[in-house]
Design a binder for this molecule. Structure first.
Ligand SMILES: [Zn+2]
Length: 168
């Protein structure tokens, strides 16, 4: 790998170790020209198979963009979204599979999003779980009420939300 300091074409590996969760390898490298050291991380690339047959590399940013739409007008910060993106990616990586159908990414988002914000969760779930009827919403809302009575009762501001096209 090219040296990030002097752009020399090569570097040598001094040390390799597997990260704690086993999903990545960290390598300590040294440039033979300038002798400076740097670290690289090697991780499996997760490939997403979309419904239209297209494959693309998994993107945490894309997860965050999709969730951000559902969070419009909700008390959710960029830090909350970044953490959610990390949880979704960590969860998917922990499965140890290289290829993921796009629908499973939507499903992997649901758990962390339900904990983050129940309204954003309902918006998101209505798209990804294909809610057809009012009863689908009612069932899900009952479930949320059972899980956290205090949070479901406190209503935030009401504003109309346009349902966006699913990203995945
Ligand atoms: Zn160098």
């Amino acid at each position: 790998m090219r040296c990030p300091f002097c752009q020399h074409d090569d570097s040598r590996v001094l040390d390799s170790r597997v990260c704690e969760d086993g999903t990545a390898i960290r390598r300590r490298r040294q440039c033979p020209m300038c002798e400076r050291r740097f670290t690289t991380i090697e991780r499996m690339q997760m490939t997403v198979h979309k419904r239209n047959g297209i494959e693309e590399p998994f993107s945490r940013d894309k997860v965050i963009r999709g969730v951000r739409n559902a969070c419009k007008g909700r008390p959710v910060t960029d830090a909350d979204l970044a953490l959610l993106g990390q949880r979704v990616e960590d969860g998917l990586r922990a499965r140890g599979v290289a290829e993921i159908p796009s629908e499973e990414i939507g499903l992997a988002i649901l758990g962390p999003l339900r904990e983050l914000d129940p309204i954003a969760y309902l918006r998101f779930a209505s798209v990804y779980l294909n809610y057809d009827t009012i009863e689908d919403f009612a069932t899900e809302i009952d479930r949320l009420r059972d899980e956290s009575p205090d949070r479901a009762k406190s209503s935030g501001r009401k504003r109309p939300s346009k349902q966006d096209e699913p990203l995945f």
